[in-house]
Design a binder for this molecule. Sequence first.
Ligand code: ATP
Length: 548
Amino acid sequence: MKFKELSQVFTKLSSTTKRLEMTAILEDFFKKLKCEDIGFVVQLCMGKVFPANDPKELGIANNMMIETLAITGGVSVEDVKKLWKIHGDLGETAKYVIGKKKQVTLYSNDLTLDKVKENLYKIPDMTGKGSVEKKLKIVSELLSNADPEEALYLTRIVLGSMRTGVGEGVVRDALGKAFNVTSDDIEKAYNLCTDYSYVSETLCKNPKNISNIKLKLFSPIKVMLFKKVSSVKEGFEEVGKPAIIEVKYDGMRLQIHKLGNEVRMFTRNLDEVTRQFPDAVKYIKESIKANECIIEAEMVGFNPKTDKPEPFQQLSTRIKRKYDVDKLSKDLPVKIFCFDLLMLDKKSFLDDNFEERHNKLVSIIKPNPNIMIAKGIKTDSESDAEKLFTEGIKEQEGVMFKNLKAPYQAGSRVGFGVKLKSHMTELDLVITEAYYGKGKRRDWFGSFTLSCLDPDDGKYLSIGKLGTGFSDEQFEELTKKLKPLVMKENNEKVVLTPSVVVEVEYEEIQKSPTYDSGFALRFPRLIRFRNDKKPDEIATISDVEELA
Ligand code: ATP
């Protein structure tokens, strides 16, 4: 298949903001595709080269792309930077640069989808000395064979900012319509395998096989999420009596996959963290008495001197570090608190009720001080639950209430479990714009637009501005993190690819015409960066409406 066909579809998609029109464009296109092409096409439509369950990344930021464009277009880096300022977007800049070049050179438009895939798939393996040059060459080869329109989309694909407005929801609905399957069935299948390319290939070969997609060892599942409640009474109302009430640990959610002596661990973001936590791998091998299993747990960092839990922020430094891991595991040892069992010895436990899953989990864990079952009680007593809550908020975050009869529903916030925390006025939001600071902070971003998600069309809706709660180091760190995400620059304001998720607390949510969401946060303050969350997991507009 020619890459041109796909870039024409991207252009059509860009011409509308209406979700139904986008769905219809993709439905039409998906119907025509060969099964060997559909998987990669679906990924690219969502702006992602690799499926969510694949940890590979291209690792190409704006600066490398600027250099690639300069080399390919036969212009200087300064010229590309100037053009970027004018066009406000590197994709448009690429279109212009390649367009200019094509006016003076002969070229045949033979860029195929396979060639794009072949080249992009080579990039993640390019590491170490000389890797920058190699990456540059491989992207440049694609751009040299691209026409201006293709160059625009190739650039955006490589930078991970497609901006066609197509999210998982539109792709899911379009696949459903194209293959006559409900969106719900597609979502269920995706939540189990977290790979839309595999889901779409399966649909293309035989739509009936969608129900055969099952939980697979070493492929992370979309975890079940929990609703919030504001009292013990409400907790019981949601999950019924009796319930299992557990301490809500303040750490990182860990999905443990084990087969014999092989252990791999994933975050709720589906990122693999096995290499960063050799200590956790050791505890799992020593204490989980099952050959093959998938377990969910919360991993918490502890102070090695006092044996007291450290805040999540500390643990996130271990998640990010890929070297010195042994030293870090001494500086911040972890403990693992297991709370659910999803698979045991080839049997999926997703449809079993929580009490059965929990009993099985207890039976396969030989607890020790580093790995154990989450502390909890089975009770129908509100006063016992209150007692555990008081204990839970003293050292950790609160408690979870779990419905004994409920199955495990991957990827949904269904209320089969609920959380009760001490402070309820916080939201996870994504940074979508930033403003340069003034005075001594003029080189750093000093304030940030926060947005919530409209899951129906994958759009981010602004809800407030954040500028407090940061230390100088955090302003600097955040500026470094956000710079590669800049899509558009407009004097002191930049528009960003939504990527960095923050947890903020606020005094109140008010109705407001100032922001796209129709709401404004009063006095938002940063609590912490949520490196473990992706932008599609932040607060939705309906969460905001409910809180307001
Ligand atoms: P929060 O921001 O409140 O941690 P979240 O948005 O990350 O929540 P939720 O699913 O809404 O995710 O809240 C539950 C989270 O609490 C889980 O993702 C898990 O990481 C953590 N957790 C801690 N202890 C437990 C436990 N005993 N059972 C289940 N989840 C637990």
